[in-house]
Design a protein around this ligand. Sequence first.
Ligand code: HEM
Length: 343
Amino acid sequence: MAAGAGGLTAAGVIALPHGSPEGSGKAPAHLRGAAPLPYAQFISLDIPLGSERADAVRAAHQAITAIDGGDIAAWLALGEGALPSRTVRPRHVRKMPSFTGDLLNPAQSHGDLLLHITGSSARAVRQAAKRALRALPQQQVRWRADGTRPENRTEDGRGLSRNPFHFTEGHGNPATAAEITERATIRAGQGEPSWAIGGSYEVIRIIRLATDFWDRDTLDEQERITGRRRNGRWLDGTASTERAVFATDPHGKITPLDAHVRRAAPNPRTPPPMVRRSYNYHRAPDDQGLIFSCFQSDLEKGFEAVQRRLQGEAMAKYTLTTGGGYFFVPPPGEAWLSALTES
Ligand code: HEM
């Protein structure tokens, strides 16, 4: 599926275009392409009690490797239950806590394994998911979610899409392959076990959005809640591709202090160390929203620090997190598999 961890250090290796021979051969699937592929299935599996965990993980790795490539980018991520306690675990591997305001449905949360399958068409993703699950008859599906990225595109090096609130997502993401790697990938010297170097912490949050309620607000109110215009321009007029300066607006007259982007990144010049690659979901008119997904090299400095700052943001009354989980995407290659059996 992918090159060894050594390939990760070379800037330019990660975010190659989809479909290029290098893109499909070398970049780890979860960071391939500036914009993620527009369709996705998230399939969380439980390893039945009594099963040999390492065998189950190996089988899932093989199933996902067999479908990755061409118009599919697919990867395996491990929940805490996939890593036997005798293994030297990555430091932040744990069950996702319930944050203030969450209403986590256990049937939509956590899991031992995550198959994250993305593709250029819904049909290709469905078929790939079917193939992977057929190869894993022992595993039990815990939850599944289908996602799409409307108006998926790359602008100025960043992958953008339109979220269910009609706003463009992705401007705050890094624009170069080197920055994506830097934010998302574990390096030596971070105090992580050596087998985890080149891996990534993945967070999934299934966030129901009250779109009816949101759509009753004026565009001006929506933009003040978000802290950017729908098209990504900042409220002080700064272009979407530039970084605004909040220091000149200390009382939040232009960009309110509780606006989403102001809470997420109080100093836009030092953006949070995470890479967001989210999808929209639509299960029913009253159950639609965001399958928020992000990757980082340090879960606490990345997702958790931002999530804490978002508490009390103006957007909170339109959102309800009902599921998701914490997972670990192992480094490219297969060397990590032996860490599960040897330690
Ligand atoms: C509740 C659903 C959410 C919606 C509708 C939403 C929407 C947005 C929008 C429209 C932007 C501005 C464009 C962009 O930079 O992508 C943005 C930025 C951002 N969001 Fe969210 N978001 C949501 C949840 C989250 C969560 C759960 C987190 C992390 C805990 C998060 C972290 C961020 C970050 C880090 C930025 C970029 C800030 C910057 O660097 O300027 N968002 N979000």
